[in-house]
Design a protein around this ligand. Structure first.
Ligand SMILES: *[C@@H]1O[C@H](CO)[C@@H](O)[C@H](O)[C@H]1NC(C)=O
Ligand SMILES: *[C@@H]1O[C@H](CO)[C@@H](O)[C@H](O)[C@H]1NC(C)=O
Ligand SMILES: *[C@@H]1O[C@H](CO)[C@@H](O)[C@H](O)[C@H]1NC(C)=O
Ligand SMILES: *[C@@H]1O[C@H](CO)[C@@H](O)[C@H](O)[C@H]1NC(C)=O
Ligand SMILES: *[C@@H]1O[C@H](CO)[C@@H](O)[C@H](O)[C@H]1NC(C)=O
Ligand SMILES: *[C@@H]1O[C@H](CO)[C@@H](O)[C@H](O)[C@H]1NC(C)=O
Ligand SMILES: *[C@@H]1O[C@H](CO)[C@@H](O)[C@H](O)[C@H]1NC(C)=O
Ligand SMILES: *[C@@H]1O[C@H](CO)[C@@H](O)[C@H](O)[C@H]1NC(C)=O
Ligand SMILES: *[C@@H]1O[C@H](CO)[C@@H](O)[C@H](O)[C@H]1NC(C)=O
Length: 490
């Protein structure tokens, strides 16, 4: 039977049987790090019976960026996930001194990707309530007009755009998502500047750094995050944000890792393993209904090897208060809320399976996201000034990324209850010192992360060496193992 746990508000009304590690066992400082995969807790999310034959969506929210007070801020909200805020933030005991913070979050809410739109959308989607800027400046001159994109179609262009008509790029962060991004930045600044006096009041690129991926939507988000944190300081000063070359981007992640792709497709999307195809087969009536509305070909693999496309398609509408879709020309054939919930349960199940339940998930995620994790370890070492690295003056690094980044990181951390990381999903690494020793606290959705791996356990001020040993063991110092792992050599 599943038992209820109180301190994981994130999971709303979800009941679950926690693993021993997640029950609060503190990591031990002795012995080698445990590099094995440990299964997540059993919850309704990864219980196929509840997913296929259950109802509802565990109290999770899919239809507004605002979480109602009655649900509690920590509740899973796909449109705007809980993050560190002053109201919920727990300040560690006084003798712990905050030394360094690195955080990563998924971008905020957006339009769907064009590839996730139906062949025939029955209403347009407008983005006239925002502007996206794109320009370049030659240095040292440094000037540019502030040019923004104005999406248009013409009657001399006879082609219809993929998916929705209207004035958006699919995808782009919506005006609501930009507002959520700014609030996210403000909430963090409230804690790390106002409450803790940790971040400087003035923007200083030697102490604070931002990083984005090669997907432009992360740049749209970071522009509002920075404004939320340092409002009013940028009238004539540009803000550089870090980005790696597309082909080796560790944050997106964009680097090629064939062994990881092969592993994922051997047990997940596209695989014919019985423990993957069962939930798809048992969903035949649901797929038939969805296909009748979308007029997507029932043999189109993109839409039927997993629920991702229907999930994105339906949730993006709901987060922006748009109606669930009806079949073109048949307004009595519509997707119902119950059917949308059924899609959302399956999406959660798939993410749990791909990133946590499958015993191969740890190896696949380590290979495909291990470089970013090695960069994190290196940043933590610089913050401490250990192992011949001079102590760095950087206090805070802020990474804006994707669900693929956050999922892989949760997979590597072996989070106890895996969910599909919604918009704005955040993981924070806080490095503290006390009497010359260093400790790590990891916050997920603003609360201490519970790992099923007993050497990590409840990641509340664990000795930093435990974490570094774990990372080094999996990916090697400076990610030395990753090229080999990606070629399938190790
Ligand atoms: C769902 O219910 C049907 C009908 O009772 C049953 O045949 C099927 O095995 C159930 N599916 C799961 C995954 O439990
Ligand atoms: C969101 O859905 C819940 C549950 O169905 C409903 O009670 C609430 O009114 C909806 N909120 C919005 C903003 O549509
Ligand atoms: C959902 O899919 C339909 C059918 O392809 C498409 O027309 C629509 O644009 C999609 N909507 C979203 C929000 O992805
Ligand atoms: C989308 O635009 C095309 C081409 O202009 C037009 O034929 C079609 O009716 C429009 N669809 C909707 C749903 O507005
Ligand atoms: C974004 O916030 C501004 C106020 O700062 C508000 O006027 C606007 O309506 C918001 N946009 C959306 C889509 O929520
Ligand atoms: C899933 O199925 C594969 C192939 O049948 C098997 O090797 C693997 O152990 C199964 N995994 C789980 C977690 O049951
Ligand atoms: C699901 O259906 C496919 C195609 O009919 C079949 O090959 C596969 O064995 C089925 N999987 C399970 C678990 O029944
Ligand atoms: C669906 O796709 C299959 C395989 O590509 C094709 O043979 C079939 O004609 C398509 N059906 C429709 C209604 O377009
Ligand atoms: C419209 O949808 C309803 C409900 O699914 C269905 O019974 C009816 O046959 C459909 N009509 C047409 C013309 O497709």
């Amino acid at each position: 039977m599943y038992t209820k746990i109180e301190n994981l508000l994130l999971l709303g009304s979800l009941s679950y049987e926690a693993t021993a590690a997640a029950h609060g066992q503190q990591a031990s400082n002795n012995g080698p790090a445990d590099l094995d995969w440990h299964p997540p807790s059993k919850t309704s999310i990864n219980d196929l019976g509840s997913v296929i034959n259950g109802t509802g969506i565990y109290g999770f929210i899919f239809n507004s960026s605002t979480t109602p007070a009655t649900s509690g801020y920590g509740t899973y909200n796909w449109c705007n996930m809980p993050h560190v805020r002053r109201q919920e933030y727990v300040v560690p005991p006084k003798d712990y001194k905050l030394e360094y913070v690195e955080l990563i979050h998924r971008h905020h809410k957006r339009t769907p990707y064009a590839s996730n739109t139906f062949p025939r959308e029955t209403y347009p989607w407008y983005c006239d309530d925002e502007a996206l800027f794109y320009y370049g400046t030659p240095d040292p001159d440094g000037h540019s007009a502030q040019t923004s994109w104005q999406i248009f179609t013409s009657d001399s262009n006879p082609l219809a755009p993929e998916g929705f008509n209207g004035t958006c790029q699919f995808p782009q962060i919506t005006a609501g998502g930009l507002n959520d991004s700014r609030q996210h930045g403000k909430d963090l600044f409230d804690v790390y500047h106002d409450l803790l006096g940790f971040l400087p009041a003035e923007y200083d690129n030697r102490r604070v750094g931002y990083r984005v991926t090669n997907n432009v939507i992360t740049s749209q988000v970071v522009s509002q995050v920075v404004l939320g944190q340092y409002a009013g300081q940028f009238t004539d000063k540009p803000v550089g944000v870090a980005i790696q070359p597309d082909s080796i981007d560790s944050l997106e992640p964009g680097y090629t890792c064939e062994a990881a792709s092969d592993m994922y497709s051997s047990y997940g999307v596209g695989s014919d393993a019985a423990n993957w195809t069962l939930h798809l087969n048992e969903s035949a009536p649901l797929f038939a209904k969805l296909d009748s509305v979308s007029v997507i070909n029932a043999s189109d693999p993109d839409w039927h090897q997993w629920f991702d496309h229907y999930f994105d398609n339906l949730s993006a509408r709901l987060c922006h208060q748009k109606p669930l879709p009806c079949q073109e020309g048949n307004s009595s054939n519509c997707v119902t809320q119950d059917e949308a919930d059924a899609v959302f349960r399956r999406g959660q199940y798939e993410y749990s399976w791909i990133y946590r339940d499958s015993p191969q998930s740890l190896a696949a995620s380590t290979a495909s996201f291990g470089i970013w994790v090695a960069e994190l370890a290196s940043n933590l070492r610089s913050a401490m000034g250990v192992e011949n690295t001079p102590k760095s003056s950087t206090l805070y690094r802020h990474n804006v990324a994707h669900d693929g980044s956050v999922s892989r990181l949760l997979s590597i951390l072996q989070v106890d209850v895996m969910v599909w990381p919604g918009m704005g999903s955040e993981i924070v690494f806080e490095l503290y010192s006390r009497e010359g020793c260093y400790f790590l606290r990891v916050l997920w959705g603003g609360q201490v992360l519970h790992s099923s791996n007993p050497s990590l356990g409840r990641m509340d001020l664990i000795p930093i060496q435990t974490f570094l040993d774990y990372v080094d063991g999996l990916v090697g110092a400076k990610a030395a193992k990753i090229p080999g792992l990606c070629e399938g050599k190790e």
